[in-house]
Design a protein around this ligand. Sequence first.
Ligand code: NI
Length: 199
Amino acid sequence: MSKRRRKPKSTAASDVNGEESVVLRETAPLQLRYYGDPVLRKRAELVTEITDVERQLAVHMLETLYATGNGIGLAATQVGILKRLIIVDIGEEDDEAYEPLVLFNPELMSVDGEIVVEEGCLSIPDVTAEVKRPERIVVEGIDVQNESVRIEADGLLARVLQHEIDHLNGVLFIDRIGGLKRQLLKDDLLKIQQAERPA
Ligand code: NI
């Protein structure tokens, strides 16, 4: 998911591994996939074992997120990898204690309430729309240390989690708005689909 403004932040492997690794730090951002790319419509596979490969992928995804400057969440699907892995960082810029969230096999366990919030997506640049979703949610998954986690969320965190879990099921936020509103975005979506990008 994307927000209008966000100060870029540096990533080190220590963010998810607890220990710095030179190898992991020297990586370029991954190639983001954009609206129109068929991979965004595929269902991602469960991660059966969390190895260094998956942990490294999470680090690369965080770097990719921070490189965007306005991202607050990313699903592996958005970098063309069909594994059920999402990362979220809605941390306040001045909150040093904040840790990004890395979640494997996230699953929406329960929902409550309803709220309309404006959403954007790194895979659908410069398009935003108001989307109605549950206000409070419970999500379960596995963290980078292979521990089960249960997250009770509301506000922005609840919103980003639902948006990213949708990506793992091939669903985009524009699928969750009315047909009339989507019609208004048609030209913008077509532009994204037809944009030429470096391979
Ligand atoms: Ni998105």
